[in-house]
Design a protein around this ligand. Structure first.
Ligand code: MF3
Ligand code: CO
Ligand code: CO
Length: 262
């Protein structure tokens, strides 16, 4: 069931999104060799809370219970950010691991404000990275922007997926299929599911008030994924690099509104 949001609700969601986007801007200033994932996680939590927000991921349990505040901290995700190094695609858990020159680092963050969620991610380059890593990161970011351009009345869900696929396929990269974009609202994950790879059937028509997180995960090698024994960290099956960018976007009568801009 897709829950469309009113103009007033979208205005509130913009504040949640702004907190998440601003927090990524703050983290960007700390990206350098030697900084640890735990340090970034702590800065993220402090930044979100100082703006009146709550870290959405802490305690999140993607299992049967979904996102139920009753279960926060129970079998749930332990941290404020997900941090994914190099061949890690998404859902890496912060640890003592330090960033090093040449790494590409995906950071995903959720902020809850007035009971609305903003969900956003970027991939950062640490110092000087290889040309192939830089290209992967740039293409992934660009694919998100091309997808957002399609998020207008008159489009169907597959127009979003196919815009990403048309662009990314030129470079021969693998588009992750096992994890998708999604609706966002009071819960981080709502209907509909939005694939980023090519679709033959058009899916649902976009409607005014739909709020979607679009988050292409693009691999240098094949699209295939594997989950590490920690049961969270998703990596490329072939060990190739992966990049991830995400925004939460509202569909309106006119231009799409990117709710997670700082
Ligand atoms: N924010 C991720 C997504 O983009 C999901 C994070 S799962 C969590 O959909 F457990 F870390 F919260
Ligand atoms: Co996210
Ligand atoms: Co998301």
């Amino acid at each position: 069931m897709v829950i469309c949001k009113s103009k007033a609700e979208i205005a509130e969601m913009r504040e949640a999104g702004r907190i998440a986007g601003h927090t990524l801007d703050v983290l960007a200033t700390y990206i350098r060799p030697g900084v640890t994932a735990n340090e970034l996680d702590k800065i993220a939590e402090e930044t979100i809370r100082s703006q009146g927000g709550i870290p959405t991921f802490k305690g999140y349990d993607p299992g049967q219970r979904g996102y139920d505040p009753k279960f926060r901290g129970y079998n749930g995700y332990p941290s404020t950010i997900c941090i994914s190094f190099n061949e890690e695609i998404v859902h890496g858990i912060p640890s003592k691991r330090a960033l090093k020159e040449g790494d590409i680092i995906g950071i995903d963050i959720g902020a809850t404000y007035k009971d609305w969620v903003g969900d956003t991610a970027r991939t950062f380059m640490v110092g000087k990275v290889s040309d192939e890593a830089r290209k992967l990161v740039e293409v992934t970011e660009q694919s998100l922007h091309i997808a957002i351009e399609k998020m207008r009345l008159g489009s169907y869900l597959f127009d979003i997926s196919n815009a990403i696929a048309d662009y990314v396929d030129q470079f021969g990269y693998g588009i992750v299929r096992d994890y998708c974009g999604h609706g966002v609202g009071h819960r981080m994950h709502e209907d509909p599911n939005v694939p980023h790879n090519r679709q033959q059937t058009r899916g649902m028509a976009l409607r005014r008030g739909m709020v979607l997180a679009i988050e292409p995960m693009i691999n240098l090698g094949t699209h295939q994924t594997r989950v590490k024994p920690d049961k969270w960290t998703v990596v490329t099956a072939d060990g190739s690099l992966s990049a991830h960018f995400e925004h939460t976007i509202a569909i309106t009568d006119g231009d799409p509104i990117v709710l997670t801009l700082p």
